[in-house]
Design a protein around this ligand. Structure first.
Ligand SMILES: [Zn+2]
Length: 308
């Protein structure tokens, strides 16, 4: 493993997977929150996911120059969650691709998302997180609030400058990217969110998966659809990726797909049972253990709502 810490040092650790293909893992002490990818397609560079904050997004932009010799030619948002697209502002001079459905949702939710980013709202959330942290009885419990507090405090310092920048260019199905890597953007619908995009490099069998695949973290089902997510995992399996740029956590392997399937299946089983939720032992070492229960609650809620 060659880890290049020179390019990105506060928010990201970039690991070069192949010539020109780098996976940026969000550092626990940074404010990028989600992982990113910087890919030299040959004549053009793409950034896959633009991170949560302006500081971290600027670091990605600088890493693009350091790693590929040019600023990004365009960026991609894997889905609409803020930790994957709030950095768009830093790439707004270039096209920013996302699925058409993702763009539609960002435009629908824009006012709501902007409301989350006002100084008053951020101050209130910081106060609430501080109170909840103080109420914890263990060091471990308190430590779980360090990260969310750091993100909120950074967003608060950037609040006056932040302009929510929706992705500019939509695609459906598959979009072939320029260059000799045969790279494509793919979407199989919405599993983790209403619409999720992937970046696939068939020659090197590298997949950038956004939050459809995370490692050592609970997948998040708050705005997704569990049955579709499981179907998407089958389609990802058919690609036979060897290395997976996860949305959160370390670089993934084919086993990451198995773990995701196991997790989603466990959530589905727990949601179908009416008794209290107990997190299976194999997921207990991941941070934010209460996520399992929240995921089960989200799935139960969706089971009650007739589709339509
Ligand atoms: Zn997400």
């Amino acid at each position: 493993m060659s880890e290049s810490t020179a390019h990105g040092s506060t928010h990201y650790a970039f690991e070069t997977l192949e010539d020109g293909v780098s996976f940026g893992r969000a550092r626990p002490q940074g404010t990028g929150l989600s992982n990113t990818g910087v890919i030299d397609l040959g004549g053009a560079t793409v950034v896959f996911d633009t991170s949560l904050t302006l500081h971290s997004a600027r670091e990605i932009r600088a890493a693009s120059v350091a790693l590929t010799g040019r600023p990004p030619s365009f960026a991609v948002n894997s889905h609409r969650h803020l930790d994957h697209l709030l950095g768009n502002q830093v790439f707004a001079d270039r096209p920013i691709y996302a699925t058409r459905r993702t763009i539609e949702r960002v435009l629908q939710l824009r006012a709501e998302m902007e409301q989350e980013l006002t100084p008053a709202k951020l101050d209130a959330e910081i106060r609430e997180l501080e109170e909840r942290q103080r109420a914890q009885s263990t060091d471990g419990g308190r430590a779980e609030y360090d990260e969310p507090l750091r993100f909120h405090r950074m967003l608060r310092t950037e609040a006056a400058e932040i302009r929510l920048t929706p992705p500019s260019d939509g695609f459906d199905g598959e979009l072939r990217l320029p260059g000799d890597l045969d790279a494509s953007l793919l979407t199989y619908g919405g599993g983790h969110s209403e619409s999720d995009a992937l970046l696939w490099l068939p020659k090197s069998r590298i997949l950038f998966a956004g939050d459809l695949l995370v490692a050592d973290n609970h997948p998040n089902l708050a705005s997704g659809d569990l049955p579709t997510w499981l179907e998407i995992l089958d389609r990802i399996d058919e690609l036979h990726p060897e290395r997976i740029g996860t949305g959160h956590g370390p670089l993934g392997t084919p086993e990451t797909i198995e773990v995701a399937r196991d997790y989603l299946t466990a959530v589905r089983e727990a949601a179908r049972e009416s008794k209290d939720v107990e997190i299976p032992a194999r997921f207990r070492s991941w941070a934010m253990a209460e996520s399992f229960e929240q995921n089960v609650a989200s799935v139960r809620e969706r089971m009650k709502t007739p589709p339509g």
